[in-house]
Design a protein around this ligand. Structure first.
Ligand code: NAP
Length: 437
C-alpha cells in the first residue's frame, strides 16, 4: 500500500516536501491541504508584488501539483473542516507546513492604537490575502514609520513610495495600489534598534532603494562605521555581505534629501518605546541606542517622529494548531529534525522560525521526506485520500481541486491590465463565484 501523506499548508515548504517525497524511492500519495482556494502561500501572499521573478518558483510547484501521486485539497481548513487527530487516523504521515503567518507584538505602550499594523497584515493587505482585504490601513498621512531593518521592512517602504508606473508590472491588489497612489506620503522612516552592521536586510534589496523614480534613501553619515569590525563573530561570507551593505549605505549618505519628492529615512540606533497619540497613532517615541556586544543599549536620549501610520516589520510567528504541540516561547512547533511525534512532522518556518529565503525550505522537505520513507519502509497502512475525500463530502465542504485553482488563475490572468501578470481575487467568495458556485 502507498504511504499516505497529508501536508497542511501549500507554501514553499509544503511543495518542497511534496517534491522530495516524490523522489524518496517509495510509493507515496501526497495530499496538500490548503485553507484558501489558491495555493503557494508565501509566494502568492508574502513575496513583494514587484519581485515577480521570485514568484517564478511557483512554476516548479505547479509541475509538482500535477504529478499523479499529488492531490490539492484547496478551501479546506484544518481545525474547521477536519481535525489534526482525524488526519492522523487517516494518514500514515501528517506534515505541518503552515509557515509563520502572524505578527509578533511590539510590546510597547500604544501598539493597539488605530494606525498601528503588523507587516503580516500590511503585506497581506497589499497582496490580496482575504483576511486582510478590509484592513484599511489609513494612508491619508504624510509620514509612515516602519519598525525593523529586515527585508520585509524594505519591501514595505519600497511599495509605499514606488510610482504607479513602477508598479505596473506587479500583481499588487488593485485597491491597495489605488490607496497607496492616492496617499499624500512624502516621508517613510525605517527604524532599526541597532546599527547598519546588525541590520537584517540583504544587499540586493538595499540597493533597490537607491534606484527609485521618486524616492531617495536618506542615511546619516555619522551612523555608518568605517568597517564591520565592531561585530567580531562573522563568517567570511557574512562579513563580505555586511561590508557590501556599508558601501551601499555610504553611497546613500551622498544623496540629497530634496533631490526627489519622497524620502525613505534609514534611522539606525533608534529603539521604539511608545506609540504616541490618542485613539489613533500620531507618532513614535524612540530612544537613541548604542550597540554593545551585539545588544542595543538605551542612551536615555529620546526623540519623537510624527506619523499617522506605523508598520511593525519585526518578524513573524507561527500559530498553534489544535492537536499539534506548540512552543509558545519560540513560536514554533517543537521538533527534532522535523520529527514532532509519531506520524507527525513539521517543515519550514513552523519548524525553525521565520528566517531565510524561499529555497531555504528545500532541505527541510528533503529531511522530512527521508524520515517518512524510513519510518514507513514496509509501505503505508492508512487509507489517506479516499478517507479524507469521503469525510469532506459528508461534511459538505466545497473542496477546490487543482483544476479549480487553474480556472481561478485563468480568470485572474485574463483580468490583468498588461504588463501586470494578474489581478488577484481578494475574497474567497469571489474565487468561488469565478468557479460558477
Ligand atoms: P528579519 O529579517 O528577522 O528582520 C526583523 C527586523 O526587526 C530586524 O531588524 C530586527 O532587529 C527588528 N526587530 C525585531 N524585534 C524588534 C523589536 N521588538 N523592536 C524593534 N525592532 C525589532 O525578519 P523579516 O524582515 O520579517 O524577514 C523574514 C525573513 O524573510 C528573513 O529571512 C528575510 O531575509 C526573508 N525575506 C527575504 C526577502 C528577499 O529576499 N527579498 C524579502 C522579504 C523577506 P534586531 O536585528 O535588532 O532583532
Amino acid at each position: 500500500m502507498p504511504i499516505s501523506v497529508a501536508i497542511i499548508g501549500s507554501g514553499p515548504s509544503a511543495f518542497y516536501t511534496a517534491d522530495a517525497l516524490l523522489e524518496c524511492g517509495q510509493d507515496v500519495r501526497v495530499d496538500i491541504i490548503e485553507r484558501l482556494p489558491a495555493p503557494f502561500g508565501l509566494i502568492r501572499y508574502g513575496v513583494a508584488p514587484d519581485h515577480q521573478t521570485t514568484k517564478n518558483v511557483s512554476r516548479a510547484f505547479d509541475k509538482t501539483a500535477r504529478e499523479a501521486p499529488v492531490s490539492f485539497f484547496g478551501h479546506v481548513e484544518v481545525g474547521r473542516d477536519v481535525s489534526v487527530s482525524e488526519l492522523k487516523s487517516m494518514y500514515d504521515a501528517v506534515v505541518v507546513a503552515m509557515g509563520a503567518p502572524h505578527d509578533r507584538p511590539l510590546g510597547i505602550p500604544g501598539e493597539n492604537k488605530a494606525g498601528v499594523v503588523g507587516s503580516a497584515a500590511f503585506v497581506g493587505w497589499y497582496n490580496a490575502l482575504p483576511e486582510f482585504r478590509d484592513l484599511n490601513p489609513g494612508l491619508n498621512v504624510k509620514s509612515v514609520a516602519v519598525i525593523g531593518m529586515g527585508n520585509v521592512a524594505i519591501d514595505v517602504c519600497r511599495v509605499l513610495v514606488k510610482t504607479r508606473a513602477e508598479m505596473a508590472h506587479t500583481d499588487i491588489a488593485d485597491y491597495a495600489l489605488d490607496a497607496i497612489q492616492a496617499a499624500p506620503i512624502t516621508d517613510v522612516y525605517m527604524f532599526g534598534r541597532r546599527g547598519p552592521v546588525e541590520a537584517a536586510f540583504t544587499n540586493v534589496e538595499l540597493r533597490e532603494m537607491g534606484k527609485l523614480d521618486q524616492a531617495v534613501p536618506v542615511v546619516k553619515a555619522e551612523h555608518i562605521p568605517a568597517d564591520s569590525s565592531a561585530v567580531a563573530d562573522l563568517s567570511e561570507r557574512d562579513r563580505r555581505l555586511k561590508e557590501r551593505n556599508l558601501a551601499t549605505l555610504r553611497e546613500f549618505t551622498l544623496l540629497k534629501a530634496d533631490s526627489k519628492p519622497k524620502r525613505v529615512h534609514f534611522e539606525f540606533y533608534s529603539r521604539p518605546v511608545e506609540i504616541l497619540g490618542g485613539a489613533k497613532a500620531e507618532g513614535v517615541r524612540l530612544e537613541r541606542t548604542r550597540v554593545e556586544n551585539g545588544q542595543a543599549i538605551g542612551t536615555g536620549e529620546f526623540f519623537d517622529i510624527p506619523c499617522g501610520l506605523v508598520v511593525a516589520a519585526i518578524g513573524y510567528r507561527s500559530g498553534r494548531l489544535a492537536g499539534v504541540p506548540f512552543d509558545e516561547k519560540r513560536c514554533l512547533v517543537p521538533n527534532t529534525e522535523g520529527r514532532v511525534e509519531q506520524g507527525v512532522y513539521v517543515v519550514g518556518w513552523a519548524m525553525r522560525g521565520p528566517t531565510g529565503v524561499i529555497a531555504s525550505n528545500r532541505p527541510d522537505g528533503q529531511t522530512v521526506a527521508k524520515h517518512i520513507a524510513a519510518d514507513h519502509a514496509a509501505g503505508g497502512k492508512k487509507p489517506g485520500r479516499d478517507a479524507l475525500a469521503r469525510l469532506l463530502t459528508e461534511r459538505k465542504v466545497r473542496v477546490c481541486t487543482y483544476d479549480d485553482w487553474k480556472a481561478i488563475d485563468a480568470v485572474e490572468t485574463a483580468a490583468a491590465t498588461k504588463p501586470s501578470p494578474r489581478q488577484k481575487f481578494a475574497r474567497i467568495e469571489d474565487m468561488l463565484k469565478a468557479l460558477g458556485d
